[in-house]
Design a protein around this ligand. Sequence first.
Ligand code: PLP
Length: 343
Amino acid sequence: MKIEIDLVSDTATLPTPEMREAIAKASVGDEQRGEDPSTRELCAMVANLLGKEAAVFLPSGVMCNQIAIATLCRPGDEILADVTAHIVEPEGGAAILNNVTVRTIAGVRGIYTAEQVESGIRPVDNRSPKTQLLVIEQTTNRGGGAIWSMDNIEAVTSVARRHGIASHMDGARLINAVVQSGVPAKFFSQYVDSVWIDLSKGLGAPVGAVLAGSESYIKHCWFWKHRLGGAMRQSGILAAAGIYALQNHVDRLIDDHNNARALAKLIKAIPGIRLAWDDIETNLVFFDVENTGYTAKDISERLLTHGVRVGVVSEYGMRAVTHLGIKTSDIKNTGIALAEACA
Ligand SMILES: *Cc1c(COP(=O)(O)O)cnc(C)c1O
């Protein structure tokens, strides 16, 4: 069955014809030698956007998190992160490659408080791992696209700083938070030592993420980029797509948020379905199908017969993600298909 409406993730976005044109015209060189002009341009753009001195282009968001952990922690250190954080679960236990442990905080929708950070920090003694890195996910993925406020970011990172702990922002969907809140990206990122954005989610590029921080931090990150096999050659082919995305696909993210809200409204009206959170802040809609009498897998299979794909996140939990490949008319059709799948 052909998938006509793919809500499984905002990674389902395909490069547009205009983006492909930008890719075709990209000027390129050897990235590893610092000679790729398009990659250099992209990194300068993102460093400026995030208010940092420097940035480095990487193949994926997972590699950004991995390199941040490797650079900011030492073996035996511990990371503090929300229990739903991407680095905790769907990255194969990201900390393991660096012999680092993770202590989780039970926040609300992926967002925790300064008090929780305070009580999560280990005492400094010979028996405890050293709490070394705080991770903030903006927006929260498993928290349903919730946005961290600037005040809260300031509060949690100032506790960390007081204890000599570095802060890292997993900004896979930071730009969604920017567009929705009207707060410039650099305001959110000003409190963290390390921050990255994903180009291959809602921004719609095929590959890539950009990690930013101080000049010396990014210099150190380059060792890890190389060591992990993330140093590229004519990466301008990919960077051009990222530049195009940042120039053309940012403002339109608001359409995704409006579509997500419209979809949530339709979902809420279907008997047996419960939204995980009524308040849809950005582009992620989580819902529970237990009272339909079907499992999430059943519903997903039934939806596929209508050409609609929605993610299964647990036995009864599902996730629908809006993105540039989803039109407003797709939302109405998804609502109809989902009502039929639940009947
Ligand atoms: C998708 C995602 C990642 C990983 O990004 P990739 O580019 O897919 O490797 C990390 N963190 C969050 C919150 C994500 O949603």
